[in-house]
Design a protein around this ligand. Structure first.
Ligand code: HEC
Length: 98
């Protein structure tokens, strides 16, 4: 029983830490990536980890001020990997396809 509780606490701590870093990464993304385009352009991509690395470096080359590259990269690779299906077609506000 004690072991179960201790394990449960560990899991909770681990998932809280993961949530923290996801939130920090989202803040970094919002700070560094929306000066030139919206987040949808980023979130509609599905890339491998290596491709995300190239993408972020390309954006840095174009002027994105990324402070924590690794944090951002881990987040992008985890949330938008090339193994995840693409989102639905973008719709205009009235629900019709653009
Ligand atoms: C200095 C301006 C600028 C900043 C800052 C910027 N981008 Fe971009 N990004 C662009 C331009 C320009 C394009 C091409 C837009 C288009 O094709 O409509 C682009 C396109 C993209 C694309 C689409 C694929 C491609 O390469 O065309 C992704 C993904 C992307 N950016 C990710 C990011 C991420 C992640 C960040 C934050 C680290 C970021 N961008 C910050 C200028 C910027």
């Amino acid at each position: 029983m004690k072991i179960t509780i201790a394990f449960g606490c560990l899991l909770t701590a681990a998932s809280l830490a993961a949530q923290d870093s996801r939130q920090a990464a989202r803040q970094e993304e919002t700070r560094a990536c929306i000066q030139c385009h919206g987040l949808r352009l980023i979130h509609s991509q599905r890339l491998s980890t290596a491709a995300w690395g190239k993408e972020v470096d390309k954006m840095i080359g174009w002027g994105a001020e990324v402070k924590n590259r690794q944090l951002l990269l881990d987040y992008l690779a985890a949330e938008y990997p090339d193994t995840k299906p693409l989102p639905d077609d973008p719709k205009s506000a009235d629900g019709r396809k653009r």
